[in-house]
Design a protein around this ligand. Sequence first.
Ligand code: ADP
Ligand code: MG
Length: 238
Amino acid sequence: MGSITLQKVEKWFGELQVIKGVDLEIDDGEFVIFVGPSGCGKSTLLRLISGLEEVSRGRILIDGRDVTAAVPSERQLSMVFQSYALYPHMTVGENMGFGLKTAGHPKSEIAERVADAARILKLEDYLDRKPKQLSGGQRQRVAIGRAITRKPVGFLFDEPLSNLDAALRVEMRFEIAKLHETLGTTIVYVTHDQVEAMTLADKIVVLRDGAIMQVGSPRTLYEKPENLFVAQFIGSPK
Ligand code: ADP
Ligand code: MG
């Protein structure tokens, strides 16, 4: 559960084509990272996968099921944004369980799932606090916790660490790697930070101007970049 397939995906905003015929296979449990310069289409591609944007052409499959026309809630993917978008008037626990509550899950089940997520993210002692009483890293954990409680087949992260200072970014990078190890769930992750990509990814997708330049393991991209753009972007000595 959690494989994602893109077939000839295109996205147009009016006259502007921002995604240009993207074909991509993401395996179940794989940690895949989209990298590329600002404006190359990373967020748009993630939003197409999540269903927040509609594809103009092409198809998206999740576990072999065509979800091209499916709304986000039908895709079983959880998105984590860089702006944490926590509800300030709710506690940490309420923030984490809110999506389940609106989806009508019973209270006992919500409590159980929130407790599980809190344990994974070491937030057990913070469940009754309000977001403003938390550090940036803790807030980001709550946002991730909210995604975990929904038990998705895959997580979509859009530059989740870019609001954090350098030290915290390294710490959270480690946390996210651990999360992936613990849950074994597919992760599709956007960053413009090459180091983040090289340390976290099973597979890196290098994008430029809405098209894929190369797909491969960090090592392959480093040792065998297919073109100068990839070499320069990854920082390999080609
Ligand atoms: P990235 O995340 O790689 O920085 P984006 O996916 O946000 O890039 O944007 C890719 C391109 O699509 C940019 O040129 C951006 O201006 C454009 N774009 C993104 N969203 C919209 C939108 N809703 N309407 C029009 N253009 C958009
Ligand atoms: Mg973006």
